[in-house]
Design a protein around this ligand. Structure first.
Ligand SMILES: Cc1ncc(C[n+]2csc(CCOP(=O)(O)OP(=O)(O)O)c2C)c(N)n1
Ligand SMILES: CC(=O)[C@@H](O)[C@H](O)COP(=O)(O)O
Ligand SMILES: [Mg+2]
Length: 584
């Protein structure tokens, strides 16, 4: 047996030359390289460690890339990346100009479908299987999907359709009983019962016309290989139920699966998390949201909280812990979350529906049809608005202003700092008669002393942050920090407009009458965003001022740290300074 098997593997064809007995060693080596790289470069850990044996078995049995292998979400595909030609560049994972943290078609022919958002794999794989049939091509089409992702509406839609086709489709349910946080819902209970062997009779997947097999041990390569070989001979839609442990092979990751989903830096040898320097920092916006909703809910019994599968990420967990019957994790179900919030609002509850900006894209019709048309006072908290960093193009929350601004009845606010976030949350629960969206970014803000007494925010009113002579800079949200740094020594005015809708028209008239040159700055795509709203205002009111809109260009922004990405697109303080200085 060679000392290091992985060094001989560039592509899956090399794995297929190995003896079964060498595959277990390959699994160990694969785990180690993932642990070593993620320990220093950060990224998703637990999910990839949990599917190492499955990844090897799939590439061993199937003829990838001709056979099409799709990973749902794609945060578990690090082993797949390493085994499909990216071993030597895996250390660039999620880094600026490096490989993506998710499968991506332009990165490799082995990445059959681009992912990042969950529950798309069954539909996409079915589409490919139907295409193969129409083209007369004989191949296998495999979707690997987790237990939390298969519980989403979109996955059910795919299963429901696939079950009445004869498409050659294999769905592998990777059941580790957890998403980022523990899986929720009746399906989770059902899968637990299947594992106990109590519900074999009424198999939900068989009822949907799938050939069901399992549950099998997803860490036993030999069992996996023999079952996959058998399934290769079975025609039509099939589902293999595989039981795995998230974080497998790293003790701490197995024991604290939530933390080690994406643990940040840690010690590759001991598995211990890196110790953060003990310095006083401003809080994360997420924590401000989490603590504030608890504070408000203690006083206002009508407040409820909703998250689709992100209790830890959003910090709604604080409310779930303190008030379990008023805070709801509904699973990966953004559409349901929004419409359930609408239903609650009809009955006088005050729902704070916290959804990452990028995931709210899933629930667009629900925002319009179920909330806005009926003018229901749902409070949308759009976490991760703006550039999110290393997750990249699939996760940047840079479209919300555009997709929300065109919806009648909806108020849109972006806090400049933590205090503003608290105050708008306070204002929102005082008796709004229409829906409100609050967008705020991932991570820390600027105010250490954030827990100040609440004060009411006037809807549709901006604020003047600095007065100057030469021109006016209008910003919205937390990008105000970069603007303030950029104009520190320039003789220009700075306004925090706060509301993308309704605009503060009084203030805008004032600004347009005072300054010839007006800049808008936003951590959002320029097209259709806050700057567009200001342009519309100027045009509707006949202003001929010089207006420059700064924000994210009409392109998908890749991965990298937020600072790197801002510098790349000219939204860092230095670039803003250079740009504004030319006109001031
Ligand atoms: C539409 C959407 N909502 C939420 C998320 C955030 N998210 C990423 S992974 C994940 C949990 C996935 O759990 P599961 O499918 O069981 O896979 P595992 O991590 O256990 O391998 C969630 C909620 C997402 N990527 N897409
Ligand atoms: C894969 C996925 O969608 C999540 O794991 C996401 O990466 C979480 O992002 P945050 O780290 O910003 O919560
Ligand atoms: Mg899972």
């Amino acid at each position: 047996m060679p000392e290091n098997i992985l060094q001989h593997i560039q592509l899956p064809k090399d794995i297929r030359l190995l003896k079964h007995r060498d595959l277990t060693q390959l699994a160990q080596e694969l785990r180690q390289i993932i642990i070593d790289v993620v320990a220093t470069k950060e990224g998703h850990l637990g999910a990839s460690l949990g599917v190492i044996e499955l990844t090897i078995a799939l590439h061993y049995v199937f003829n990838t890339p001709e056979d099409l292998l799709l990973w749902d979400v794609g945060h578990q595909a690090y082993g797949h990346k390493i085994l499909t030609g990216r071993k030597d560049i895996f250390h660039t994972n999620r880094q600026l100009k490096g490989i993506s943290g998710f499968p991506k078609r332009e990165e490799s022919e082995y990445d059959a479908f681009g992912v990042g958002h969950s529950s798309t794999s069954i539909s996409a794989t079915l589409g490919m299987a139907i295409a193969s049939k129409l083209k007369g091509e004989i191949k296998h089409h495999i979707a690997v999907i987790g237990d939390a992702s298969i519980a989403s509406g979109m996955a059910f839609e795919g299963l429901n359709h696939a079950g009445v086709t004869d498409a050659n489709l294999l769905v592998i349910l990777n059941d580790n009983a957890i998403g980022i946080d523990p899986s929720v819902g009746a399906l989770k209970q059902y899968l637990t019962n299947v594992k106990k062997g109590t519900q074999k009779q009424d198999n939900i997947f068989e009822a949907l016309n799938f050939d069901y097999s399992g549950p099998i041990d997803g860490h036993d390569i030999n069992i996996l290989i023999s079952e996959l070989e058998r399934l290769k001979t079975v025609k039509g839609p099939k589902l293999l139920h595989v039981i795995t442990t998230k974080g497998k092979g790293l003790k701490q990751a197995e024991n604290d699966q939530v933390k080690y989903h994406a643990p940040g830096k840690f010690d590759a040898k001991t598995g211990d998390l890196a110790i953060k320097p003990n310095k006083i920092e401003p809080p994360k916006y997420q924590d401000v949201f989490g603590y504030t909703i608890v504070e408000l809910a203690k006083e206002n019994k009508n407040i409820v909280g909703i998250t689709p599968a992100m209790p830890t990420g959003s910090s709604l967990k604080y409310m779930m812990d303190e008030m379990p019957n008023r805070a709801f994790d509904v699973g990966i179900a953004e559409q349901h979350a929004v419409t359930m919030a609408a239903g609650m609002a009809t009955q006088g509850l005050i729902p704070f529906c916290n959804i990452y900006s990028t995931f709210l894209q899933r629930a667009y019709d629900q925002i319009i049809h179920d909330v806005a048309i009926q003018k229901l006072p749902v409070i949308f908290c759009l976490d991760r608005a703006g550039l999110v960093g290393e997750d990249g193009a699939t996760h940047h929350g840079v479209f919300d202003l555009s997709y929300l601004r065109c919806i009648p009845n909806l108020i849109i606010f972006a806090p400049r700092n933590e205090v503003e976030l608290r105050n708008i949350m306070y204002t929102a629960q005082l008796g709004l008669k229409q829906p409100l969206a609050i967008r705020y970014p991932r991570g820390r803000g600027v105010t250490i002393d954030w827990k100040q007494p609440f004060s009411k925010i006037d809807i549709g009113k901006g604020v003047t942050l600095k007065k100057g002579q030469n021109l006016a800079v209008l910003s919205i949200g937390t990008i105000a920090k970069n603007v303030a740094a950029a104009i520190k020594n320039l003789d220009v005015s700075h306004y925090d407009m706060r509301f993308a809708k309704p605009l503060d028209e009084g203030l805008l008239h004032n600004i347009f009458k005072t300054y010839y040159t007006v800049f808008t700055v936003e951590d959002h795509t320029i097209k259709g965003g806050f700057g567009s709203a200001v342009l519309e205002f100027a045009s509707e009111n006949g202003y001929k001022n010089r207006i420059k809109t700064l924000g994210i260009p009409d392109d998908f922004v890749e991965h990298g740290s937020v600072d790197e990405l801002q510098a790349l697109i000219g939204l860092d303080a230095e670039s803003l300074y250079s740009f504004i200085k030319q006109f001031s």
